[in-house]
Design a protein around this ligand. Structure first.
Ligand code: BEZ
Length: 390
């Protein structure tokens, strides 16, 4: 009898334990999300847009993901790779965050990925395209809601070749994002028979473009391909026009050149063609609803960064729903995301084996203050995930 009631009690306890929420949630603890983003410097507006998008999705879910309320711990990473390891270590070791969401700058993101891999902390990258994050640094606990630097560059390499250009000069910042964006462009463009006449660079976040624009004018290429973003992109487009190159040498770019920047670039950006995984004028019910909700909340139109922040929150929600709010169950979290079809404003996407979005890359043309979709440059483009072993 004693044995029987013990067994029953033990069985009931085991069932209760199975049904119970994870330790943190049981105590009513909030899930701690470390937001590591730039809030100052040339990428400041990008960081704010990502946070806005993340908060918008969270608000739509009643402030909870996987049944848990969210508490934010924020760090301004200043887009400074030298401070990145300390910053992310503080979030993980001092503030005990459950998940890290960040960042914009590829150099900072690579330092974050190293720490996330070493500590096993969940990391969702809502912008930085560093190929290595979903390449050699890939891991079960690292995901991206955005793109790899290779993706828009590769798509534009095909577009520029198809438009009949043979001889191109590239210009960008000398760091992973610029190098890899140009690398993707070059891969597709040279495969199609194109030639890169010159690869011009300047250090990030330098915006003294004059000497390089003079070199472009002297080289007289058929076209120019570029990666710049944020404040630097605004200045580059304006300087390109002021140097008399607009209308003479066609300028093409990864879409960051004109996303979130058009109010400031004005007439100098009109007609520019860029490639990106988001565009204005998609006119789908999903995107229209997102845009309306974003405009109501922030009195602003969303850009690609806001959309990526929104999808980072969606991805966190999908993983946490599968683990009942337990961020420590990494295998279950990853399994849920690997089979998910994420209902993004950009259009639905899945994740590759290395956890990077497999997505359509749009060809867009600047018209007024919009990057209007004019075509799909590359359908369901998957980053090759070179070097990823999981
Ligand atoms: C990057 O560093 O990966 C990046 C920064 C801004 C826009 C796009 C990519």
């Amino acid at each position: 009898m004693i044995t029987r009631s013990f067994t029953l009690a033990a069985g009931a306890a085991a069932i209760l334990a199975l049904l119970a929420p994870p330790a943190g949630a049981q105590a009513g603890a909030k899930l701690k999300v470390g937001l590591m983003l730039p809030y100052t410097g040339t990428y400041a507006a990008l960081g704010t847009a990502i946070e806005n998008g993340f908060r918008l999705y969270l608000g739509e879910q009643g402030g909870k993901l996987g049944g848990r309320e969210i508490e934010f711990v924020k760090v301004d990473d200043e887009s400074d790779p030298a401070k990145a390891t300390d910053n992310v270590n503080k979030l993980i070791k001092r503030d005990n965050v459950d998940v890290v969401v960040g960042t914009v700058h590829s150099g900072v993101a690579m330092a974050m990925a190293k720490v996330a891999k070493d500590t096993g902390t969940l990391l969702i990258v809502p912008n930085a395209g560093a190929d290595a994050v979903t390449g050699p640094m890939c891991a079960l606990n690292i995901f991206r809601s955005s793109f790899s630097n290779w993706q828009p560059g590769y798509a534009m390499g095909e577009v520029v070749a198809k438009r009949g250009h043979k001889n191109v000069v590239t210009i960008t910042w000398k760091y992973a994002a610029g190098d890899e964006s140009v690398g993707g462009f070059k891969e597709a463009f040279t495969k199609a028979g194109g030639k890169i006449a010159k690869e011009l660079t300047l250090p990030f976040p330098n915006v003294e473009f004059q000497a390089l624009l003079t070199e472009i004018a002297a080289a007289k290429p058929d076209a120019v391909y570029t990666f710049f973003a944020g404040g630097g992109a605004v200045k580059f487009v304006k300087d390109y026009a002021a140097a008399g190159l607009k209308g003479k040498i066609p300028l093409y770019g990864a879409g960051f050149l004109t996303d979130g920047t058009l109010e400031a670039q004005g007439a100098d950006a009109q007609g520019l063609l860029t490639t990106l995984h988001y565009a204005d004028g998609l006119n789908t019910p999903r995107d229209n609803a997102f845009r309306l909700a974003y405009a109501k909340s922030y009195k602003l139109q969303p850009d690609v960064y806001a959309m990526q922040g929104y999808d980072a929150a969606q991805m966190l929600g999908i993983g946490l729903a599968a683990t009942k709010g337990d961020a420590g169950k990494k295998a279950e979290f990853a399994a849920a995301l690997r089979k998910a079809r994420i209902d993004s404003p950009r259009g639905p996407f899945t994740l590759s084996a290395s956890h990077n979005p497999v997505q359509d890359i749009y060809l867009r043309e600047v018209s007024g203050v919009e990057n209007k979709k004019i075509d799909v440059a590359s359908k369901a483009l998957a980053d090759p995930g070179r070097g990823c072993r999981m």
